[in-house]
Design a protein. Structure first.
Length: 104
């Protein structure tokens, strides 16, 4: 297992602001849904995901992996159930997945 390069990566709890949630919802829709392979994101599905992520603020966890200044992964847990976790392929094998899941 590769350890996390702490000088480049940062894992934190989501701030649950609209800008961050919009970005994370888009990442989820683009990479974690059955329709992701089509390359088309449904605005309705994106809106529903955003609302579900916002609900996580009180009943779950949403952690974000940041590389330099860009989000490169997330871990989403709601009421004890892991809904999704994803790390950009370019950043896999760097310890990001383990650190996102490790705080669960």
């Amino acid at each position: 297992m590769t350890s996390l390069q702490t000088d480049k990566y940062f894992i934190r709890e989501s701030m649950f602001n609209l800008v961050e949630l919009s970005l994370l919802a888009r990442l989820y829709e683009a990479h974690c849904t059955p329709s992701a392979s089509s390359g088309k994101i449904s605005p309705e599905s994106l809106a529903q995901t955003l609302l579900k992520m916002k609900a996580t603020e009180k009943n779950g966890q949403l952690r974000v992996a940041i590389f330099e200044t860009d989000p490169v992964g997330f871990y989403w847990n709601y009421e004890g159930k892991v809904l999704a976790h994803w790390v950009h392929p370019d950043h896999r094998g760097q310890g990001v997945e383990q650190n996102l899941l490790g705080g669960a």
